[in-house]
Design a protein around this ligand. Sequence first.
Ligand code: 5GP
Length: 182
Amino acid sequence: MARRVGEVLVSRETIARMVETVGARISRDYQGREVLLVCVLKGACVFLSDLMRHLDVPVKIDFMSVSSYGAGTETTGTVRILRDLDTDIAGKHVIVVEDIVDTGLTLRYLKEMLSTRHPASIAVCAAFDKPARRKVAVEVEYVGMEIPDAFIVGYGLDLDGRYRNLPDVRVMTDDDGQGGTP
Ligand code: 5GP
């Protein structure tokens, strides 16, 4: 069935307030420390660029790219590193910046893998969270906003590489009007 971009679930104004709130929390929690923001490409790039400008602690950034989904919308459970960090994270205060937590498989893998590199601390900051979809337990220290079970696009999130540029978060719907992650 054909899918199309549907209604706005989270407006750009609400997203802006969410980023401000999360940024303030992180700034408070990391006072006196430098943080290394690890952006999980490609979906988190928009959130990273907003979030880093709301932090008033010293910040460095790095990028990694993993594949969790193929061309569809369902996670495969297998996480592959497509691009690793440039930075040695040993002794650093790492915050993994994610676009969305769904089953939790990607984050659990990333957190465990990065922990073996001996960071001083490691936390996760996700713009969006779909707790109803969780398959594995993973602690997400900073969640921008919980959302219902729907496949969303915009604000960095894509479907087959498209729609990342949409400033609002929108729900993908089937032509019969049904939403939800297929
Ligand atoms: P997880 O491993 O938690 O199932 O999946 C995490 C990744 O799946 C996210 O980083 C994101 O790339 C993708 N993902 C999960 N839910 C959605 C969604 O609703 N929309 C989009 N565009 N991607 C999603």
